[in-house]
Ligand binder design. Structure first.
Ligand SMILES: Cc1cc2nc3c(=O)[nH]c(=O)nc-3n(C[C@H](O)[C@H](O)[C@H](O)COP(=O)(O)OP(=O)(O)OC[C@H]3O[C@@H](n4cnc5c(N)ncnc54)[C@H](O)[C@@H]3O)c2cc1C
Length: 477
């Protein structure tokens, strides 16, 4: 996000029915759902980026930075799983994305570039605007950052970075994910300043192609960073460090498998879940069926299981299951996975189980980091020509150095969610304040609800939340 400056507060207050804070995928899809519902309403989406519907994920410009699921899995229409496939088919028939011809698979099995997915989201919003206009409904992009929010008896008031004030009947926090590198802890260790952006191919072109690059984190952002390096012409060693040293598995297209969690509702704890899942995976493998088939059936239940778990059980899951969940569930698109596997096979990319302990002073264009390898007591220093931080997302709002999260916490309007993952809320997204009071005018959706549902960031999570929340806001209640 750009860094808007706070301006003088003006007296005039603009009003709207619904104020959406953040115009990434969540904000855009909520606006689209609101426009499609009967009735007349005005919606303002406050977003500092130039375009709605993109956020960090779908602002990608490289064709190699693709969705991690195929078109059949990434519809933004909860009522039509084929929506993206249909849009892509039309888009490609009109000459769009000619590079996809090389892949020789049905459209539904293509993994679209994320930038292209952003175009799809935008077009769906434009279509919803046309539908809404028939009822006199409007949506407008206000280009600024929200720096403060107050709840009044009958409304919510926002203060923007340019000094404007907005008032609405409801406000929705659709502020997305905050990168870990922007937290005060890592800022103060200088990591952000020393690291290259994982998606910045132009910056990587400045590197000596034979130099060593260090990457912290081994999830999907690391996979994207390796794609970026390849695109930039880098041909030197890549050293990847992550706590468990696990790589994301490749996403295949497994066949359907019995929905065993629906059939056995007695499975409730992480231990029971893992035991049953392992059993089903073993059964699948014994029958010559991909283990991804049983795993994929869990996705529809994980929110419910997480929500009904105790904090002790959630902690057990995070401690013991999370690394495996991340690497098995958040799988890599096939072309990117092929690249990582090739570089690994050639010995150019090495993955080490090691934790990052901090930056070390360096000179002469070198980056030095201190790490501790798993199972060892001593720390060691490793060096390279560049460092990429792909260590993930900061979900704990207390550690996010942005004005709005800080103000909301200071005002007591939000409190940390379970395990300090995002913020506390009710099932319908109504935010819970520090006093336990459920807000009637302030809601949240998407990544801020990570603690509520565990998985609250993927396209399909966001799309179904947008639909449910739009219905909730329109009915009042
Ligand atoms: C690099 C990357 C790749 C991903 N790939 C996939 C994938 O392949 N498949 C999948 O299912 N999911 C993927 N995701 C996850 C998911 O789809 C995204 O996180 C999704 O964009 C969530 O949408 P969002 O609008 O909630 O958040 P974001 O897209 O992060 O958008 C939030 C927006 O809020 C704005 N904002 C924040 N604070 C304020 C404020 N105070 N005032 C005004 N605006 C504010 C930001 O500028 C931002 O544009 C990916 C995520 C990332 C980061």
């Amino acid at each position: 996000m750009s860094e808007p400056q706070s301006g003088p507060v003006t007296d005039a207050i603009r009003t709207a029915d619904i104020l959406i804070v953040g115009g990434g995928l969540s904000g855009a899809m909520l606006a689209a759902q609101l426009l499609r519902l009967p009735g007349k309403r005005s919606v303002l989406v406050i977003e500092p980026r130039a375009e709605l519907g993109r956020g960090e994920a779908y602002s990608a410009v490289e064709l190699g930075h693709t969705l991690n699921g195929n078109a059949a899995r990434m519809s933004v229409d909860p009522d039509n799983a084929d929506d993206l496939t249909q849009w892509l088919t039309e888009f490609m028939a009109a000459g769009g994305w000619p590079e996809s011809d090389e892949q020789h698979v049905p459209v539904s099995e293509l993994f679209p570039p994320r930038g292209l997915f952003g175009v799809y989201v935008q077009q769906r919003l434009v279509q919803a605007q046309a539908v809404g206009a028939l009822n006199g409904s409007t949506v407008e992009h206000v280009r600024a950052e929200v720096v403060d929010l107050q709840t009044l008896d009958d409304s919510v008031r926002l203060t923007l970075s340019d000094g404007q004030r907005l008032q609405g009947t409801y406000a929705v926090l659709a502020t997305g994910m905050f990168p870990a590198a922007r937290t005060p802890q890592t800022e103060s260790s200088g990591l952000n300043a020393a690291a290259l952006d994982p998606w910045d191919v132009a910056a990587m072109r400045q590197l000596d192609p034979q130099s060593t690059v260090l990457i912290i984190g081994s999830g999907l952002t690391m996979v994207d960073a390796v794609v970026s390096l390849e695109q930039a012409g880098h041909r030197g060693p890549i050293e990847v460090f992550s706590r468990h040293g696990l790589l994301p598995h490749v996403r295949r297209q497994p066949p359907a498998w019995a929905d065993f969690l629906a059939e056995e509702p007695s499975i409730r704890t992480p231990r029971q879940l893992v035991r049953e899942l392992r059993r089903h995976c073993r059964d699948a493998i014994a029958q010559g069926i991909d283990w991804q088939a049983p795993l994929d059936t869990v996705r529809a239940h994980i929110g419910r299981l997480w929500h009904q778990a105790t904090d002790v059980q959630r902690r057990q899951f995070v401690r013991h299951v999370r690394p495996w969940w991340e690497s098995h569930h958040h799988r890599s698109p096939p072309l990117s996975a092929e690249l990582v596997a090739r570089l690994h096979g050639e010995g150019r990319l090495r993955i080490q189980a090691a934790s990052f302990k901090g930056l070390e002073p360096s000179s002469g264009g070198e980056v030095r980091i201190r790490i501790r390898r798993r199972g060892e007591v001593e720390t060691v220093v490793v060096s390279g020509a560049a460092l990429i931080n792909s260590s993930g997302i900061e979900y704990d709002w207390r550690r996010v150095a942005r004005p709005l999260p800080q103000q909301l916490l200071a005002r007591g309007l939000v409190r940390p969610g379970p395990l300090a993952l995002g913020i506390a809320a009710e099932v319908d997204g109504a935010v819970v304040g520090v006093d336990g009071q459920v807000a009637c005018r302030l809601f949240a959706m998407g990544p801020p609800l990570r603690g509520m549902w565990w998985e609250s960031t993927a396209v399909t999570d966001v799309a179904s939340q947008a639909k449910a929340l739009a219905a909730r806001l329109v009915t009042g209640g």
